[in-house]
Design a protein around this ligand. Structure first.
Ligand SMILES: Cc1cc2nc3c(=O)[nH]c(=O)nc-3n(C[C@H](O)[C@H](O)[C@H](O)COP(=O)(O)OP(=O)(O)OC[C@H]3O[C@@H](n4cnc5c(N)ncnc54)[C@H](O)[C@@H]3O)c2cc1C
Length: 311
């Protein structure tokens, strides 16, 4: 099909509301959420992921999400407002994106709480991370799996979503500046193929650069999706901003000794002990009781301890 015929076909599809073919790269919570919304809008969706399981990093995560002014907060007698959350986020966050903070705080009750609880996510408890005036970190039952599981199940239930596992996206297919699909490789057989699409969504997550700090993300956090976009002429922003989970236990499976094991289920005191034992570090650390154990901000004791231990 030549370019003008292709555009004509797109216009025809739009005019007749025919389902478009959407390819989503990445089956983490971002990709799955996009898949679900595109499927609900009537598109035929293909989700590809180089892993053999869905859920991405969310499966490793605590399943804890800051949401503003929810029924759970109200049931617990907590008064939270958009204005209060904005003031907290803007004063705590360094170089915070004001427009995004405003949009998030105004809509998180519907976009997150309602959307997720409608899928069956069960928020059970609240915590108050540093920088928040009230408890607004919503803790999902079963942690990260409690968030990703219901989303994944709903995607599996829908006939217009299909999955291609162990498939790595290697290149976006471009013609006259339009993305027409994606070149992929089957990681089991090495076979390459092209998947055509009317729209491609890249949801490949973040990246972690090897540093001397132990990295807390999975081995898939290489930024390959970012390279894919960059190589296609895409513009990336805020690449100098990245969140690192600083973890104290070196992962014995990683020969390069750059990745750490998440030890969130340990209490703070025990985590400090493990850090010390694992890294042969003996410094005494005072553990502040008023810190939340959620979030490993750079000023928190275990983060400081682990950082000093590996530097
Ligand atoms: C230990 C830990 C605890 C955390 N706790 C919390 C928490 O409590 N609350 C919170 O809000 N956040 C938390 N996070 C962060 C949160 O989990 C992530 O921000 C979120 O899961 C990212 O989702 P995503 O879909 O954007 O990306 P990812 O989950 O990284 O998914 C990207 C997917 O894309 C796939 N992929 C990448 N490149 C390619 C390619 N070229 N081709 C095909 N597939 C590709 C990957 O295999 C992966 O499945 C935590 C993270 C970690 C590591």
């Amino acid at each position: 099909m030549n370019e003008s015929m292709y555009r004509l076909a797109l216009l025809f599809a739009a005019a007749h509301c025919l389902p478009a073919q959407v390819v989503i790269i990445g089956a983490g919570v971002s990709g799955l959420s996009a898949a679900l919304e595109a499927s609900r809008a009537g598109s035929a969706v293909t989700v590809i992921d180089m892993s053999t399981v869905g859920g991405g990093h969310a499966i490793l995560s605590n399943g804890a999400v800051c949401i503003v002014g929810t029924p759970l907060q109200e049931m617990n007698g907590i008064t939270d407002t958009v204005a209060l959350a904005q003031s907290d986020f803007l004063s705590r966050g360094r170089e915070a994106d004001r427009a995004w903070v405003e949009s998030y705080t105004e809509n998180s009750r519907v976009w997150l709480y309602q959307w997720l609880t409608d899928l069956g996510v069960d928020f059970r408890a609240l915590a108050r991370p540093p920088g928040n005036s009230v408890p607004r970190l919503h803790l999902a039952r079963d942690k990260g799996w409690g968030l990703a599981g219901p989303l994944l199940r709903e995607c599996f239930r829908r006939p217009n979503i299909s999955f291609s596992w162990a498939t790595r996206a290697e290149k976006l297919v471009l013609r006259a500046g339009a993305v027409l699909g994606v070149d992929v490789r089957d990681l089991r057989t090495g076979r390459k193929r092209t998947i055509g699409a009317d729209a491609v969504i890249v949801a490949t997550g973040g990246f972690q650069r090897p540093t001397r700090i132990l990295l807390g993300a999975a081995h898939t956090a290489t930024g390959s999706g970012l390279e894919l976009l960059r190589n296609s002429g895409g513009t990336l922003t805020r690449m100098d901003h990245q969140w690192n989970y600083v973890l104290g236990l070196p992962d014995p499976r990683d020969p390069a000794r750059q990745r750490g094991l998440a030890a969130f289920t340990l209490d703070r005191a025990r985590m400090v002990q493990y850090c010390s034992a694992a890294m042969g570090f003996r410094r005494q650390v005072t553990v502040r009781r008023d810190d939340s154990r959620y979030g490993t901000g750079e000023n928190q004791p275990e983060a400081l301890l682990c950082r000093q231990a590996v530097l």
